[in-house]
Design a protein around this ligand. Structure first.
Ligand SMILES: Cc1cc2nc3c(=O)[nH]c(=O)nc-3n(C[C@H](O)[C@H](O)[C@H](O)COP(=O)(O)O)c2cc1C
Ligand code: SF4
Length: 484
């Protein structure tokens, strides 16, 4: 029997006194190119909590979630990935219509009030392509499979009788073993059958995919204008993980229309999206981007690609660059029938939200990527601030990253989820009260099942008061209160 992998140990708390915190780089200000003044280097990156309405509107639960995060007064809080096109996506926020502005305006006011005006508020804006649930096998063959002469020739090689009529041919295929169906179907069909159909940016035979370079720049620009109208301090363009613009940047993008292949081709649409957004919102409003320092998939982008992309984006005039890692569909685990493939289940996904079980541990794991990107950007002559993330959860750890110039801003997602007040506790010299994230991904498991995200530690620490919000399955929906 294999021994369980040892869990990585947390970096030591080394909690600062209030005086040390006040003198630290972590709590020192930074001015962005747009003129936005950040009061510190502390950053809560985007996290989807699955609390919007089915139509993508802000709900009281969304307000409560961000209000709670804002009470810890991070210098920057990034609102979850918010869709720029009218695509059904369940209870995730959207910005494809002016109807979303009033709700988002209330969200902005809520965060300003809760943070005493200290937290700058960005919204991450995203586009994604269609991903269908894994179908039941016979349903796929009967409803989606289009038999061709090639399929018939392949079935003949198996020594089987080959029905001429389509319905009978489909039934013959349903009777095949997994090995046999792999002979008959094209690799893409096999993937549709086994994982659910998933659109690619390279599917240029589909009109709506071919048209993405015309559709996305105005869609992102209009969403950014709405965000500005709602009162946000800026937007983060989501060029990371498994989504449309990350796929354009990827080495896997072999579009032949000038928007794929070479680095110039792959970066063209992300640059055009940025240019359209910048034109629409002006120079005095923050526009940054999050992309991958490493895709962690075979044939995908590595750090050298990320550095080249970063220099091009910095040259174009981004206000900040945020570096993430992995989170791709390409190596995701096969979903169960009726479920969708989830991009955080394969190796690339494990690198995106690393747990204490991962070889080498999650702590500062992705910082070398941010450091390499920052160095490349500086060597090219640009001062664009770089945000690092991944297992950041201790004062000395983050201060060291800033001192060594590995990043300009430090982002903590799960630690801020476990204890939204932790930034304030550090500032006030009360670090010994921080509720430390265990990095075992209970929260991520809920995200995977599209359930309202919570932290397992909240249940343990929640007071038994009637004001605490509880989910239908008995989970505490809001981090326990902390009094300064
Ligand atoms: C529940 C959950 C939801 C997330 N949603 C997003 C998202 O909407 N956009 C994004 O860029 N990253 C998202 N992430 C990734 C985080 O922003 C962060 O990069 C990752 O968790 C690693 O940082 P950490 O070690 O501080 O948690 C999410 C992470 C979690 C745990
Ligand atoms: S559920 Fe676990 S991994 Fe997620 S924030 Fe809480 S302690 Fe951290």
């Amino acid at each position: 029997m294999n021994a369980p992998k040892p869990r990585a140990a947390h970096p030591p708390g080394e909690w600062p006194s209030a005086e040390v915190a006040a003198r630290s780089l972590l709590f020192s200000p930074l001015r962005l190119r747009s003129g936005l003044q950040l009061l510190g280097r502390t950053w809560v990156p985007a996290m989807v909590p699955w609390r919007a309405s089915e139509e993508g509107h802000v709900t009281p639960e969304v307000l409560a979630w961000y209000e709670r995060l804002a009470r810890g007064r991070p210098a920057v809080l990034v609102i979850e990935a918010t869709g720029v096109r009218a695509v059904r996506s369940g209870p995730l926020l959207r910005l494809h219509d002016d109807a979303f502005i009033p709700g988002l305006h209330t969200l902005v006011e809520t965060v300003r009030r809760a943070s005493g005006g200290e937290t700058r508020l960005l919204v991450q804006i995203i586009d994604f392509l269609a991903v269908r649930r894994r179908p039941e096998r016979s349903v796929w063959f009967r409803r989606f499979f289009q038999p061709t002469t090639e399929h018939r020739a392949a079935l003949a090689t198996l020594g089987q009788c080959v029905p001429a009529e389509d319905t009978a041919f489909r039934e013959a295929c349903i009777a095949l073993s997994e090995d046999e169906e792999a002979v008959v179907l094209h690799p893409r069909e096999l993937e549709d059958l086994r994982f659910g159909a998933r659109e690619r940016v390279s599917d240029t035979h589909l009109d709506h995919i071919a048209a993405l370079p015309q559709v996305l720049p105005p869609a992102f620009a209009a969403a950014a204008v709405r965000a500005r109208t709602a009162g946000f301090d800026g937007v983060e363009l989501h060029y990371a993980h498994a989504y449309t613009l990350a796929s354009f940047l990827s080495r896997m993008n072999n579009r032949a229309d000038g928007y794929g292949g070479s680095l110039e081709g792959r970066v063209r649409l992300p640059l055009e999206v940025f240019a359209a957004v910048r034109r629409a919102v002006g120079d005095d409003w923050t526009v940054g981007a999050r992309f991958l320092g490493d895709e962690v998939i075979v044939g995908g982008n590595r750090i050298d690609d990320a550095c080249n992309i970063a220099v091009k984006l910095a040259q174009a005039g981004l206000d900040f660059i945020s570096i993430s890692k992995g989170g791709k569909f390409d190596d995701a685990r096969q979903p169960r029938v009726g479920e969708s493939v989830y991009p955080y289940t394969g190796q690339s996904g494990h690198e995106c939200m690393p747990t204490t079980r991962i070889e080498g541990g999650p702590f500062s794991r992705n910082v070398p990527l941010a450091a390499a990107v920052r160095l490349a950007v500086r060597q090219a002559g640009y001062a664009t601030p770089v945000v690092g993330a991944g297992g950041l959860c201790a004062f000395g750890q983050m201060e060291g990253i800033l001192e060594r110039g590995e990043a300009d801003l430090v982002a903590a997602a799960r630690q801020s989820l476990a204890d939204p007040d932790w930034w304030l506790k550090l500032r006030l010299g009360r670090g010994n009260e921080v509720r430390r994230c265990t990095y075992t991904n209970y929260c991520e498991g809920l995200d995977q099942r599209h359930k309202m995200v919570t932290c397992k530690l909240w249940d343990r620490h929640a007071p038994e008061d009637s004001a605490t919000q509880i989910s239908p399955d008995g989970r505490t929906l809001i981090a326990p209160a902390w009094t300064v």
